[in-house]
Ligand binder design. Structure first.
Ligand SMILES: CSCCC(=O)C(=O)COP(=O)(O)O
Ligand code: ZN
Length: 220
């Protein structure tokens, strides 16, 4: 495969997989990958489960477009580009996933005080640096009319929560990153699972304050 073809092909494959999970339906969401100083991103407003490798944009580390799809295709860069760039710039990420998962949207709405919190769950161990007894905290930022306008609040959340690998966007979804695409995918799967656990516990009528203390008390 030529340089960059593997990253492009991964974006195509992963978007197809994420579509089956409900993470990138209705054209929203996606994944960006960084490899050998090049950043790969999908176009905006297209069905992410039907991408072709020739649709993928290539950017440099400053976010300048180096390669774009054929002019005839009339494709423009993902509106998530400035948000993906923040994870590369501020977190040294190797890949960033933007999911419109229903679990992320519901988690953003049922959580209190602009933070999603959970502890004492095995899947927390899937997040780098986290142990079973740690409380996982995901900041929640307010949605804006346009994706790009989330950039300032995403940056603020990244600075305020230096150990998070995810930021929830209220009524919208979540941005998740990792050191490479494998870690970003693992993180995204674990976060989504944990969002769902809290949602299901709520449905079962578990005490609402926080799913950190009620679960912790049963185990300590
Ligand atoms: C129905 S999608 C609304 C826009 C959005 O939230 C989004 O993530 C768009 O991403 P794109 O890569 O298509 O610009
Ligand atoms: Zn979005």
């Amino acid at each position: 495969m030529m340089i960059g073809e593997q990253a492009k092909s991964l974006i195509v494959d992963l978007c197809r997989q994420f579509y089956t999970l409900g993470w990138v339906s209705g054209t929203g969401g996606g994944i960006s990958i960084k490899e050998d100083g090049r950043i790969y991103m999908a176009p905006s407003g297209v069905q992410k489960e039907r991408l072709h490798i020739e649709d993928i944009f290539v950017l440099d580390e400053q976010g300048r477009i180096l390669e774009m799809p054929q002019v005839g295709k009339m494709l423009k860069l993902s509106a998530c580009a400035p948000l993906f760039m923040k994870a590369y710039e501020l977190r040294g990420a190797g890949a960033v996933i933007h999911s419109h998962s229903i679990n992320a949207v519901l988690a953003s709405l049922i959580s209190e005080e602009e933070e999603f919190r959970i502890s004492h769950m095995e899947m927390i161990k899937g997040i780098r640096g986290m142990g079973y007894h740690n409380t996982l905290i995901v900041p929640i930022i307010k949605n804006t009319a346009y994706e790009g306008d989330l950039t300032v609040s995403l940056e603020e959340a990244m600075l305020k929560y230096p150990s998070t690998f995810a930021v929830l966007v209220e009524r919208h979804g979540v941005y998740v990153w990792g050191k490479d695409w494998k870690e970003a995918k693992t993180h995204a799967e674990c976060y989504d699972y944990l969002f769902q656990v809290v949602i299901e516990l709520r449905k079962l009528g578990a005490p609402s304050k926080s799913f950190t203390c009620c679960i912790a008390n049963n185990h300590t």
